[in-house]
Ligand binder design. Structure first.
Ligand SMILES: *Cc1c(COP(=O)(O)O)cnc(C)c1O
Length: 368
């Protein structure tokens, strides 16, 4: 096999299983969110892996939708955010399902569609980042009825606090959304992101719309179903050295050894998406043992301290996220140490990190 200084192993079997478990738990249709390159897992491969279990895919941009169509994905593809009017021709040509929340975009779509185009309308019930305000929804939906080529297939909203323990604002948003639903019947009503899918069953409506949980990562402490993490991130040991008391390590010499210390360079840095915020606080696994990152994470490499007795050689496997022996470092742990959230860690794994796809632990299927 070709040598990778750093790579991820993505278990498509785990993603498929998570999707099936979520579908069985909710008993609803599944809109699989695969935006931002499927949260760093590879959008096309994930879409292909989920083609039998997902009822619809959701992306954030017209371009993501076009890439899926060009890769031969035929399932309905919802664009979660309203696009600019300039995107209308691409949306119609690639038979994408746009989210509509303004009149100008709607009329442009109606103008160029040569047959019925399904659209979803996003209702802003309090997230306040997109959508038609819930008090103006009735009027907007009535006006849309005059556009003959458009069929409002879906109505949706997005919850701002479903991952919090206090669910009171979730109820406020649900009531506002329900008031719009009372006088407007459509085929697919949806509201639940991963947090609501796992913790707010009265937000499931006709379909759930999870992203993070498909990849086996929980958005909050509620864990009503067992999900399997799909991604393991590895690197290799590139150099081994030793420093004496008072010597420093890496830019700025921010780490100072208090005694003779064996150290190893690991071939991953912030240029790969291994965050600089992990300087001095991150840990990695080598030989099934936790080793602390010492000094600053560099663009291409990082340095860790080894125990006096560890048997480590250049070329050894380092696990940044995932399991090695009995030890495990989760995405949540890395995110916590770096002062961010799992979503940001996953979506920032860099282009320089090769993705290797496996179906189950141990079986390689393809490279990209
Ligand atoms: C990203 C996104 C989701 C998925 O959220 P997760 O927390 O990853 O499950 C669902 N709906 C909308 C509108 C989104 O932008």
């Amino acid at each position: 096999m070709h040598y990778f200084r750093t790579h991820t192993e993505i278990n498509l079997g785990a993603i498929r299983q998570n999707a099936a478990v979520i579908k069985a738990y909710t008993g609803k249709r599944l809109i699989a969110v695969i935006k931002a390159d499927a949260y760093g897992h590879g959008m096309i491969c994930v879409a292909e892996a989920l083609s039998a279990v997902a009822d619809m895919f959701a992306v954030a941009t017209t371009e993501e939708g076009m890439r899926l169509r060009q890769a031969g994905i035929h399932k309905p593809i919802l664009i979660l955010f309203s696009s600019l009017t300039e995107d209308a021709p691409q949306i119609v040509e690639h038979e994408l399902t746009p989210t509509v929340a303004d009149w100008e975009f709607a009329s442009r779509l109606n103008e160029i569609a040569s047959r019925t185009l399904k659209i979803h309308v996003n209702i802003n019930t309090g997230m306040n980042r997109s959508g038609v305000h819930w008090t103006e929804a009735e009027q907007f939906l009535n006006r849309l009825k005059t556009l003959e080529q458009l069929e409002v297939e879906g109505l949706f909203t997005h919850l701002a606090t479903a991952d919090e323990v206090d669910k009171s604002f979730v109820s406020v948003q649900r009531k506002r959304f329900s008031s719009v639903l009372a006088s407007n019947r459509v085929k697919i009503v949806h509201a639940a992101n991963s947090a609501a899918t796992l913790a707010v069953s009265d937000s499931h409506f006709d379909a759930v719309r999870p992203g993070l949980s498909l990849y086996g990562v929980y958005p909050a402490s509620e864990k009503p179903i067992a999900l399997a993490p799909a991604l393991t991130w590895k690197a290799r040991v590139g150099w081994i050295g030793s420093i004496s008391e008072t010597e420093g390590v890496s830019y700025g010499l921010t780490y100072k050894a208090s005694r003779q210390t064996r150290i190893a360079m690991v071939q991953v840095g912030y240029g790969d998406g291994y965050r600089r915020a992990l300087s001095g606080v991150g840990e990695v696994l080598i030989g099934g043992v936790r080793c602390p990152i010492i000094g600053r994470v560099c663009m291409d490499v990082s340095v860790v301290a080894l125990s006096d007795t560890a048997k480590v050689s250049v070329g050894d496997e380092v696990v940044l996220i995932g399991k090695q022996g009995d030890a495990e470092i989760t995405v949540d742990e890395i995110a916590h140490r770096a002062g961010t959230i799992s979503y940001e860690i996953l979506t920032q794994i860099g282009r320089r990190v090769s993705r290797i796809y496996i179906e189950d632990v141990g079986t390689e299927t393809s490279l990209d």
